[in-house]
Design a protein around this ligand. Structure first.
Ligand SMILES: Nc1nc2c(ncn2[C@@H]2O[C@H](COP(=O)(O)OP(=O)(O)OP(=O)(O)O)[C@@H](O)[C@H]2O)c(=O)[nH]1
Length: 161
């Protein structure tokens, strides 16, 4: 097989409050597994997802799993540097984590802009949708409106389970 000609490396952030499932979403995406055991991330963790985009192109996604407790620290500026996009995660079973979404988004926008001066693309993830608490999710239109108002490119219901 011929070696790919093009390689792209993108740094993506995964942020959101404590225990919303950031590490679990990454684990599911990169390693296809899930653990119900909770171990808080300290600082930041990394994972790499390699996508064979087409026969000539390899895309490497460097996923930065930032600890929920970092919103109260000063390190996020350092972690955010040179990211191309972000996932902001909340837990559908805990409304307070949804309220924190706007705080994470403004932390992101105040500390990071793309070289062209625009904010980085951010996607909102409504995680733990397997828990059946779809109070927010029954309201797709409201979520669309929320994304528009707060500058998210879109939102998805997710489950890492
Ligand atoms: N039912 C269910 N549980 C989940 C899901 N995602 C994560 N969990 C559980 O929620 C807990 C927290 O998950 P983590 O992935 O560690 O959360 P985190 O956002 O990385 O937490 P911090 O590192 O503290 O910021 C763990 O017990 C997970 O097993 C999900 O989609 N469904």
């Amino acid at each position: 097989m011929q070696a790919p000609h093009k390689e792209h490396l993108y740094k993506l952030l995964v942020i959101g409050d404590l225990g919303v499932g950031k590490t679990s979403i990454i684990k599911r995406y990169v390693h296809q597994n899930f653990s119900s055991h909770y171990r808080a991330t300290i600082g930041v963790d990394f994972a790499l997802k390699v996508l064979h985009w087409d026969p000539e192109t390899v895309v490497r996604l460097q996923l930065w799993d930032i600890a929920g407790q970092e919103r109260f620290g000063n390190m996020t500026r350092v972690y955010y540097r040179e990211a191309m996009g972000a996932f902001v995660v909340f837990d559908v079973t805990r409304p307070a984590t949804f309220e924190a979404v706007t705080k994470w988004k403004s932390d992101l926008d105040s500390k990071l802009t793309l070289p062209n001066g625009k904010p980085v693309s951010a996607v909102l993830l409504a995680n733990k949708c397997d828990q059946g608490k779809d109070v927010l999710m029954n309201n797709g239109l409201k979520m669309d409106q929320f994304c528009k108002e707060h500058g998210f490119v879109g939102w998805f219901e997710t489950s890492a389970k």
